[in-house]
Design a binder for this molecule. Structure first.
Ligand SMILES: [Zn+2]
Length: 227
């Protein structure tokens, strides 16, 4: 199984070198892309939730959460890399890191710790008994540590995606006791990228164009929140 892509490793090494050089005061610690600036060598861990035997939730027409999570995670990573951000994935295939859930989560935590990221974005899809429920929602740790980071992401996702597709601009980030948001002392959020229990959200998530639009919005939001 491949847990960390070659590219990601190169970025991680580059990030360490950049930070080392920056700490020597050789160049400024901010880099500007367009109107945004973020730390030189910024590294984002992208975690595609579930995988392997753990397929996550299942959509109205049988869409498997784990597969869509991976598609979204890879697309988001590609967009962030194109903007000069180092990306480390917890998984790049549809395999779990371990067949034992607790070990799988521990291995994700190890990847996060070893990557020394600037933030962690865990990609999931939601499901709910009320099938009218729709929209993208951000979740953060119940200690409240990453609430403002989550709010910045949620506001952008409301404006760019939720209002456009479901006329909802009032979704608020939610706090909870989530393992993945406790793995590092940097902003860590789960983004539930829609409800596959809703037929329209599921249909959209199965189109390349919507996935791309959503990932562009998430990438913009992450860069904005890091800047
Ligand atoms: Zn999930």
């Amino acid at each position: 199984m491949v847990f960390i892509g070659k590219k990601a490793l190169i970025f991680a090494v580059a990030a360490v070198l950049s930070l080392t050089i920056a700490s020597l005061g050789i160049f400024a610690v901010a880099k500007t892309v367009g109107k945004m600036s973020f730390p030189v060598g910024a590294v984002v861990v992208i975690d595609a939730g579930h995988g392997g035997a753990d397929g996550g939730v299942v959509g109205v027409t049988g869409t498997k959460e784990s597969e869509l999570n991976l598609e979204l995670a890879l697309k988001l990573g590609e967009l962030l890399e194109a903007r000069g951000v180092g990306v480390v994935y917890t998984r790049t295939s549809d395999e779990a890191l371990s067949d034992i859930k607790r070990e799988d989560m521990k291995m994700r935590a190890d990847i996060i710790a070893n990557s020394r990221p600037d933030c962690v974005v865990s990609i999931h899809l939601n499901s709910y008994s009320d099938r009218s429920r729709r929209g993208i929602q951000v979740f953060y740790d119940d200690t409240g540590r990453w609430q403002s980071f989550a709010s910045l992401l949620q506001e952008r996702l409301n404006a760019q995606i939720n209002y456009k597709y479901s006329k909802r601009s009032d979704l608020a980030p939610q706090a909870g006791d989530y393992y993945i948001t406790k793995c590092a002392a940097v902003p860590s959020v789960i983004i539930e990228c829609g409800f596959i229990s809703n037929a329209e959200d599921e249909r959209l998530l199965n189109t390349d164009s919507f996935r791309r639009e959503l990932c562009v919005s998430i990438a913009d939001a992450v860069l904005f929140a890091l800047s």
